[in-house]
Design a protein around this ligand. Sequence first.
Ligand SMILES: [Zn+2]
Ligand SMILES: [Zn+2]
Ligand SMILES: [Zn+2]
Length: 424
Amino acid sequence: MAVDRLPCRGGDCINTILPATARANDGYCMPCVQKRKAAEYEKFIHQNRRTLDLYKGVTDPVETIHILLTSQRPDPLVQFVPPPKSLEEFCGALNSSEADQLMLRAEQEFKSGNIEVAEGMAQSLATFTDFALDPLLESWIEGDHLWPSVIFRNAGSAVRDRLLAKLSRASAASNLNHTLRALAWIGDHRVCDAFLGLEKSPPAWLRHVDPSRYAHVAGWEPTQDGRRDLYHKKCLAIHPVAAGETACQSVSLLKEAHETCPWCRSPLVNFFEFKLSTPEVSFLGLSGPNLPVLTCEACSCFGPVFGNIDRIGVAHWSSMNRRPDWLPNDIALWDRGPWSGKAVRLTPRRAVHAVEWCSTATTSQVGGLPSWVQNAEYPGCPDCQKTMTFIAQLDNGHFPGNEGIYYAFLCGACRVTATTYQQS
Ligand SMILES: [Zn+2]
Ligand SMILES: [Zn+2]
Ligand SMILES: [Zn+2]
């Protein structure tokens, strides 16, 4: 026998329910019951949420940085007031005695086992300031903790010799991966010689690993003539211009080129086009009026895309490009990247500023060291086989709902560019 269903009591709900359901749920259907519960919860949170300003009354920048780096447990009933300035701004303004205090704090946190906070402090000092961190590094080495490796940038000879000594006593069981990375960040002539030595007669523990791959972590490679840098010391952060700001004239992004991708048939773009006559970007080191970095936005996500720049500064698809086997067939339908058509401005910063890719407001930059999302992967020039120099990167993650970083490289001697892509 059919049972008569009843309409749900919910305002604009058109569901009907069994009499038993109606009795159990006060006349509401299950979706409405859940909707009402969620609304009640929201109301409760709204009425009981308090605002917490952890920075109120704190004037010491070291204390502020400490609070900033200590993650607050998310609580729906607490709304945290954001810090008055960003971590990079606070660190950038530290004087040397404040930097010493922050180093001491990092050491204390390290010794009390709060490794993540300690690492955050050390890394911020390494990337957002120029202060020497050697006193801190000594205690890190003491604890056989060599991470994050960028904190070893510019370390002095005492720290270097302790790490080199570790290397000479090495066995497969020791913390070698991190030791080699730390040494790469020191990267002076002694390290360069040591890496060349390892390359020439690799010990058993280094089988299958090329020491120059470790040097790539810090943006250089060892050669018989000394260290060869794969990046520019000058570094300019890229910001989309906001209302009232002036756009720079030295670089344009994602301008359509006059060629079609031979693999996916979508229009090729000049991912970057640098006007080399402007002093701001002339350091990129190529003769001629322009440095266009030609690529296919879609295909470069699957492997390096190379371009050739002719004498008048126009880029062409390189005949050395090799279509990756794993390229999908429907790739031409992909959307254009979020930087497309954006006017930008450039601000100077340290070359190491963004090496840790999620630590800063913008990862996008011209020059400096790349922010690898995965392993350091400098492409080789298809013409001369030399490792190419990093010249710029654009982070799609700057725009909500997007992700991934495009990297641009140049071999100035062969006038060849490369574009690669990494995402998490
Ligand atoms: Zn309902
Ligand atoms: Zn393509
Ligand atoms: Zn070349």
